[in-house]
Design a protein around this ligand. Structure first.
Ligand code: ASP
Length: 440
């Protein structure tokens, strides 16, 4: 077995965290390729090393002094090195970073050093070879990810190592210039390495117990999802539920490699498995509940709309011309309703409305602001009768008016529209009916 194992910043923020990480790695010899993030927050109110590095670069660009800040970053690493009792000096690395900041400050290069240096510390601590991600993860000149070259370089380079540490978050252009992924991008590095090596598993170690059924800021102590499919996860992440970088799903999904989300602070917990498909029955009918506030519904009415060929296309082109993306589109015989993001819509409102008037000459148009959308997602829903009924009776009991219902034929999810003010209560009501009642 071959596992690629990524550790997030909070798992590597201090020497004690590194010790936990080493135990985790050493307890399973399949954990062969390790992808570290930069040191994260050690306590509430602390600053991530990556943020300090961006700040350093900002100062260098403005030709302001940054030496104290760089010394603070260096101290973070030195504390870890001393805490682990390692004989490792980062003096030359810091001299080089300083020289680059003075000569030609570059945001991507500077930020990438957080992972680069943490990778060096990790490699010294574990006795695994350090392999720079810039040697393998490649970008084309236009900034897109170079899939084929990355796969080839990664296979070639890592086939030479039984074990290795590969820093997360960045790669390089052909000319060696560093390019980072978007924030949280070490998740993507781990996924790419797992895909390129055809790993059996991609473990992503973090500081949460796994993917939660719902947002803990809304529901008290939500249950952990033991198994979720990529498709379910995609639906829920789109609606704001996050556990790993959204783009990290695609490389491993292509290769059918499962992702296991684990908690560094509780390594015996099994966390959440993210898989392509499974025959295992879900614990609950509903896998997850997530949502977002801030939508507008644009209702277009016209008698005999359904017999007017091209009506929907004409309305939708008005949104396209105004560069507004559409979220949902439930419709009736003589009505069409388009859900869009309120902040995107508001500034172009009048242009959209007059565009629709010109395009299809409707009987009337209504605009309803301040709506929230909630996605109730679960592969178990299609097998269980009465799911929609239970959702709506839960909402009715909570005295919440359901403003919209949208269910795709895949029956993987039901989308519900409610007023913004009812958002949290609606999520709690749905959680209670599907999860709490099953637990008690
Ligand atoms: N260190 C980077 C960040 O803070 C990347 C990562 O942690 O995944 O965004």
């Amino acid at each position: 077995m071959k596992k690629v194992v990524k550790f997030g910043g909070s798992s590597l923020a201090a020497a004690e965290q590194f010790q936990k990480v080493r135990e985790i790695i050493c307890s399973d010899e399949d954990r062969r390729y390790i992808v570290p993030s930069a040191p994260g927050k050690r306590f509430d109110g602390d600053t991530k090393v990556t943020d300090l590095l961006y700040e350093c670069c900002g100062r260098a660009e403005a030709e302001e002094p940054f030496d104290l800040l760089l010394a603070e970053i260096r101290e973070r690493y030195e504390d870890i090195i001393a805490g682990l009792g390692l004989d490792l000096s980062l003096e030359e690395d810091f001299a080089e970073i300083e020289e680059r900041l003075l000569r030609e400050p570059d945001r991507d290069y500077t930020a990438s050093r957080g992972e680069y240096l943490n990778g060096k510390v990790m490699s010294a601590y574990l006795g695994f070879e350090f392999v720079d991600a810039a040697e393998m993860i490649r970008f084309c000149d236009d900034g897109t990810f170079d899939t084929n070259l990355t796969k080839k370089l990664t296979e070639e380079r890592l086939s030479l190592c039984q074990n290795a540490v590969i820093p997360g978050f960045y790669g390089a252009y052909a000319n060696g210039r560093i390019r980072t992924f978007t924030r949280g991008g070490s998740d993507i590095t781990g996924s790419i390495i797992a895909w390129a090596l055809g790993a059996d598993m991609y473990e992503n170690w973090t500081d949460v117990p796994g993917f939660l059924v719902s947002d803990p800021r809304i529901v008290d102590n939500p249950e952990v999802v033991d198994m979720i499919t990529y498709r379910e996860l995609r639906e829920l992440s789109y609606m704001g539920a996050t556990v790993l970088h959204e783009e990290a799903i695609f490389p491993v999904r292509k290769a059918g490699i499962p992702i296991n989300i684990r908690n560094t602070n509780n390594p015996e917990d099994l966390g959440t498995m993210i898989v392509a498909t499974t025959s295992q029955k879900p614990r609950f009918t509903v896998t997850g509940i997530a949502g977002k506030k801030g939508f507008v519904a644009v209702d277009v009415y016209k008698d005999m709309m359904n017999s007017e060929i091209g009506f929907c296309r004409k309305v939708l082109s008005v949104f396209e011309d105004n560069e507004i993306s559409i979220e949902h589109m439930p419709s009736g015989i003589d009505t069409m309703c388009i859900f869009v993001h309120q902040d995107e819509f508001q500034e172009k409102e009048q242009s959209v409305l007059s565009g629709i008037l010109r395009a299809v000459d409707p009987d009337s148009i209504d605009v309803e602001p301040d709506l929230a959308l909630i996605a109730v997602v679960g592969r178990g829903m299609r097998e269980n009768r009465g799911t929609a009924g239970r959702i709506f009776s839960a909402l009715a009991h909570a005295k919440i008016n359901c403003r919209m219902i949208d269910q795709g034929s895949s029956e993987l999810n039901i989308i519900i529209g409610v007023d913004n003010k009812d958002f949290e209560e609606a999520i709690r009501a749905i959680y209670d009916i599907f999860i709490l009642t099953k637990l008690t």
